[in-house]
Design a protein. Structure first.
Ligand code: DUT
Ligand code: MG
Length: 242
């Protein structure tokens, strides 16, 4: 099992273009390969923004974002796709077939690999039910795929690409608890050795994470395991109790 994909943010400050105040202020953390780092925090805390810096949709105004010691600003677009797999909070599909969507990050993937990724992502059943299976057409705003199915296809797409770093942005909150548990159990195996960062709302989703970062107002206000944070962090306790 290859272990690489160490993510390191150092003193990152970022504001959206044209905005007066920064959205992230002095954020530092390390996410290790083979581990799950969970991020929790209230709406608007800056969780999605943080992931967008790791996947280099934006560059920080100050500080650095590095993967395995290389600044993400030195990675080309194509390289980036094989290093980081982002499952966005609002999952999107490209116009094309289910298969072409799943192969986006690794065009040479076999059908068997697509089905295996779908199985892990809890999406194999509904694709099998489609008349044309992997060749079923989908469109960006298409209605033949539900929101939840879209999310599973995006998870499968990331798995097919086999990146070193997985970024799950609130990908599990809409699932029922049983599917959530099944999905994450399979993911644990499929992503073994990689660096996994999960933004989540449910405490049950992040309880077992190796490290939890608590975000508030664009800053990391707590870090530790579930038990450590329960003991020491007021913001975390409020989230857990709400
Ligand atoms: N923001 C912008 N422009 C954008 C995106 C976000 O100004 O294109 C602001 C909104 C918010 C802050 O940045 O005040 C952080 O937003 P983000 O989406 O990162 O927050 P979140 O922690 O992901 O919130 P949620 O839990 O609702 O997804
Ligand atoms: Mg968000």
């Amino acid at each position: 099992v290859p272990t690489a994909g160490r993510v390191e943010l150092r003193d990152v400050t970022f504001g959206y273009p044209g905005a007066e105040r920064p959205v992230l202020d002095g954020v530092s953390f390390v996410a290790e390969p083979g581990q799950t780092t969970a991020i929790i925090g209230s709406t608007g805390a800056g969780k999605t923004t943080l992931l967008s810096l790791v996947s280099r949709q934006y560059d920080p105004q100050q500080g650095s974002v590095a993967i395995d010691g290389v600044s993400v600003s030195d990675l080309g677009r194509h390289e980036m796709a094989s290093v980081v797999g982002l499952i966005p909070q609002k999952p999107y599909l490209f116009s094309g077939t289910i298969g072409s969507n799943l192969r986006f990050g690794r065009p040479e993937a076999t059908d068997a690999e697509l089905w295996e990724a779908l199985r892990v992502a809890q999406g194999a059943d509904f694709v099998r039910e489609k008349t044309h299976g992997l060749d079923e057409r989908v469109s960006q705003g298409g209605t033949n795929v539900s929101g939840g199915q879209r999310q599973r296809l995006c998870i499968a797409r990331a798995l097919v690409a086999r990146p070193r770093v997985y970024l799950f942005d609130d990908s599990f909150s809409a699932l029922d608890v049983a599917t959530d548990a099944r999905l994450r159990e399979g993911l644990g195996e499929a992503t073994a050795g990689a660096t996994v960062i999960i933004v989540a709302q449910r405490v049950s989703t992040i309880r077992s994470a190796d490290q939890i970062l608590v975000m508030d107002g664009g800053a990391v206000v707590g870090r530790g395991t579930h038990d450590e944070l329960l003991e020491s962090n007021e913001t975390y306790r409020e989230i857990v109790e709400s």
